[in-house]
Design a protein around this ligand. Structure first.
Ligand code: NDP
Length: 445
């Protein structure tokens, strides 16, 4: 590793020694961008790397709320405003008991490069809480969201920082938070994305991340002169991203045979019944294990990691970080899997990525292949600013074109910097160059 990069990395490790996810994300990006930093000495002279790994601002706050029995609870809320070189901070909010500052920092750091790749004017940020919406009543979720927004509203605005959803934050939570923001600030503007269609949301935003992953993977398939038609696909997770990845892959002629949640996975040899999954997950908020009670062709197995033992042509990890390790990657490759495109953020461990790269299968890192969600959030912001709504097809066509562009940028950057086919390097380089160039232009801030 280049000595400048290695010094920066050592300093990040010293400052953030307990933040293992953040360090994992930083290490991958810094390693990938070595050739760019060597070519552009001006980045080193302007301390771009030292600045890009340090958030511009971190806000941590108390979120007190009362449950239905009147018992009081306190959760921790966070927003990391990581980098605003390309536009207002933009990135989702995650509500999950596992959320720590480390989680939000890794997601915020990834978001900088992802947002850059979309070609839209968006900086990188992320937020969330260790609150668990699972098993809570609507009234409890509403009280939590209102309390969360009571503090967050002091730090965000349509031109400053525009949060969206992520794990545990869907349309219901965005609605409650939007309502509270509007009430406290007395303004109606696009301060959140992923809104409902009746109050400023964009058509195709719900579908965007899942569709986007499949559009990206379609480009990888085209490079190998093939398509989704007739392919067997395994998708982890059964939330927003997974559901719409199933929808688009199925529309393109593939058969999706598995889905999971954090408890286990289902295998349906006849292909996933998407209407059933949507009802169970989106309407009834049930566990994925319920699927097999209504579908005789399917089986359920405890333990989500074994989903990667199912034979498939294409794997789309769409659940959470580090869900696919080195052994799972080896099993996938051994079973003939030729394409992996990430819907989740950093779902493959560094060991898994090394397996994919060395076995020369087509592998797309999340910051490139799952960028369709934030890209469509960017399109929602544009519509809100114009006070206009575009049709589903208009948004979907723009999303599709953005995913093609991201694929091409990553592919071309990988070639230009000497690692053809390595989309990890390509995505990191293409994303980084634009942010670094803007930071250079802005002076030392
Ligand atoms: P949802 O909350 O809708 O769904 C998350 C899914 O992942 C659920 O099935 C959940 O299962 C599963 N999951 C969560 N934690 C774990 C775990 N520790 N182990 C195994 N499975 C787990 O979230 P999304 O679909 O929105 O997000 C999924 C991934 O996609 C995340 O990594 C997110 O950051 C990323 N992403 C999302 C975008 C979006 O637009 N929503 C945009 C870009 C990336 P369970 O119900 O058991 O918790």
């Amino acid at each position: 590793m280049n000595s400048y990069i290695s010094t920066v990395l050592q300093e990040v490790k010293r400052r953030s020694q307990d933040e293992t996810l953040f360090l994992q994300a930083v290490e991958e990006v810094l390693e990938s961008i070595t050739p760019v930093v060597e070519k552009h000495k001006e980045f080193q002279d302007a301390a771009i790397l030292e600045r890009i790994v340090e958030p511009e601002r971190q806000i941590i706050f108390r979120v007190p709320w009362q449950d239905d029995k009147g018992i009081m609870h306190v959760n921790r809320g966070m927003r990391v405003q990581f980098n605003s070189a390309l536009g207002p901070y933009k990135g989702g909010l995650r509500f999950h008991p596992s959320v720590r500052l480390d989680t939000i920092k890794f997601l915020g750091f990834e978001q900088i490069f992802k947002n850059s790749l979309t070609g839209l004017m968006m900086g990188g940020g992320k937020g969330g809480s260790d609150f668990d919406p699972k098993g809570k009543s609507d009234a409890e979720v509403m009280r939590f969201c209102q309390s969360f927004m009571t503090e967050l509203c002091k730090h965000i605005d349509a031109d400053t920082d525009v949060p969206a959803g992520d794990i545990g934050v869907g349309g219901r939570e965005i609605g409650y938070m939007f309502g509270q923001y509007k009430r406290l600030r007395n303004t109606f503007h696009g301060v959140l994305t992923g809104k409902g269609l009746t109050y400023g949301g964009s058509l195709a935003r719900t579908e965007a991340t899942g569709y986007g992953v499949v559009y990206f993977c379609q480009e990888m398939l085209k490079d190998k002169k093939t398509s989704f038609e007739g392919k067997t696909v395994v998708i982890s997770g059964s939330g927003n991203v997974a559901i719409y990845a199933v929808e688009k892959a199925t529309q393109l002629g593939a058969k999706v045979v598995a889905l999971s949640d954090s408890s286990g996975y289902i295998y349906d040899k006849d292909g996933i019944d998407l209407d059933l999954v949507k009802r169970l997950k989106e309407v009834e908020r049930k566990r994925i294990s319920e699927y097999v009670k209504e579908r005789k062709s399917a089986i359920y197995k405890e333990g989500c990691k074994d989903i990667w033992t199912i034979k498939c042509d294409i794997a789309l990890p769409c659940a959470t970080q580090n869900e696919l390790d080195g052994d799972a990657a080896k099993t996938l490759v051994k079973n003939g899997c030729m394409y992996v495109a990430e819907g989740a953020n950093m779902p493959s461990t560094p060991e898994a990525i090394a397996v994919f790269i060395s076995s020369k299968i087509s592998y797309a890192p999340g910051k490139a292949s799952n960028a369709g969600g934030v890209a469509t959030s960017g399109l929602e912001m544009s519509q809100n600013s114009q006070r206009l709504s575009w049709t589903f097809d208009e948004v979907d066509n723009k999303l599709h074109q953005i995913m093609i562009n991201i694929h091409n940028s990553a592919k071309n950057a990988a070639e230009e910097y000497g690692t053809p086919g390595n989309l990890v390097n390509g995505a990191n380089i293409a994303g980084f160059k634009k942010v670094a160039t803007a930071m250079l232009a802005h002076g030392l801030i």
